[in-house]
Write a protein that binds this ligand. Structure first.
Ligand SMILES: *[C@@H]1O[C@H](CO)[C@@H](O)[C@H](O)[C@H]1NC(C)=O
Length: 322
């Protein structure tokens, strides 16, 4: 993979050809942020992180939550084994809502730094805005707002370089914009049938980097009652993939990148990791982009909406991509 080359392409405009897709954008903190990283849940372990590093991935999204399939210390080990210098990498982790509270969040960050074997994180996010029944092993000491104070302070202390939060809706985003330090990154579910346009638009206006999880449709399988992943099955996406001589995952990732959305597809397969990274090479026409934009809301609404919060699921499903 041509990552070192891509690092030079620090274009600000999201456009759709290889040379023009910005591989790296500048966050609100002035730091560089690779738009495509490896999601480290869904069975991704040390050897898979290592293969991604070998292929050219330089950005990794992990979390403290073992129950949701993450293994921070294996990411740290893979980074160490790779011999790649820390400054070349973007390491992002997430604080579990059971660690909400000012002091608890600071303690949790120390755990991440130790497990990842590093002195700083490139980004730390609050993994969910709240606990829900079954999600938290203990009653949190405090609120997400108190945790946000802690994140602001560790940001100023230099232990982290960017802060953010996942699963943000409109009202929460407005509250975040009132904080002393607004988020650098917001990570939400976004895929071709769930495009989250309003939050994305608001993030754009506010200078916040939007990062998509489950961009390849797994939320529909895990929580929305679909037996087959509707993204991989959809005729529009399959047709575009055929015309562009790529696969559906590449089409969807290229479409998200076109919109300036950061993506973190997980995969344990070296070939799939490479193929996902190569989505930078897939050229979408403006008509392709418009057709995919038109898929928003195209799936029948589920009869009863199931989410992580009411599904009873806890394992390996939150951020799984493939
Ligand atoms: C952590 O990194 C240091 C070097 O920075 C290395 O000596 C040590 O072996 C690493 N530990 C693990 C568990 O990878």
């Amino acid at each position: 993979m041509r990552w070192p080359l891509l690092l030079l392409l620090n274009a600000a405009r999201p456009i759709s050809t290889r040379a023009e897709i910005p591989a790296v954008v500048t966050l609100g903190n002035g730091r560089r942020f690779p738009l495509l990283g490896l999601g480290c849940a869904s069975g991704v372990r040390q050897s898979h992180v290592l293969s991604a590093l070998e292929i050219g991935y330089r950005s990794f999204d992990t979390a403290q939550a073992y129950q949701w399939g993450y293994h921070e210390e294996e990411v740290g080990e893979a980074v160490y084994l790779s011999g790649i210098s820390r400054e070349e990498l973007f390491l992002q982790s997430k604080i579990h809502p059971e660690d909400f509270g000012y002091a608890a969040t600071k303690r949790a960050l120390a755990v991440s730094l130790r497990r990842l074997n590093t002195t700083y994180l490139d980004a730390i996010l609050l993994h969910k805005p709240r606990c829900w029944p079954g999600a938290c092993a203990r009653h949190p000491e405090g609120t997400w707002q108190e945790s946000w104070r802690a994140l602001e302070d560790v940001l100023y202390d230099g232990l982290v370089r960017a802060i953010g939060i996942c699963d943000v809706d409109g009202p929460l985003l407005e509250e975040l914009l009132q904080q002393r330090q607004k988020p650098h990154i917001i990570q939400n579910w976004m895929d071709p049938f769930h495009q989250d346009r309003e939050v994305r638009q608001r993030c754009r206006e506010a200078g916040i980097q939007y990062q998509a999880y489950s961009s390849l449709g797994t939320q529909w399988v895990h929580f929305r009652g679909h037996i087959f992943n509707p993204v991989f099955a959809h005729p529009v996406l399959r047709t575009i993939a055929e015309q562009r001589e790529g696969n559906v995952a590449q089409v969807v990732l290229a479409w998200a990148l076109h919109h300036g959305v950061a993506v973190i597809p997980a995969s344990t397969s070296r070939e799939r990791q490479r193929s996902n990274l190569d989505s930078f090479g897939l050229q979408l026409s403006p008509a392709d982009v418009a057709r995919i934009d038109g898929l928003d809301g195209a799936l029948d609404p589920p009869s009863a909406e199931v989410t992580l919060e009411n599904s009873g699921k806890s394992k390996h499903s939150v951020h799984s991509e493939l």
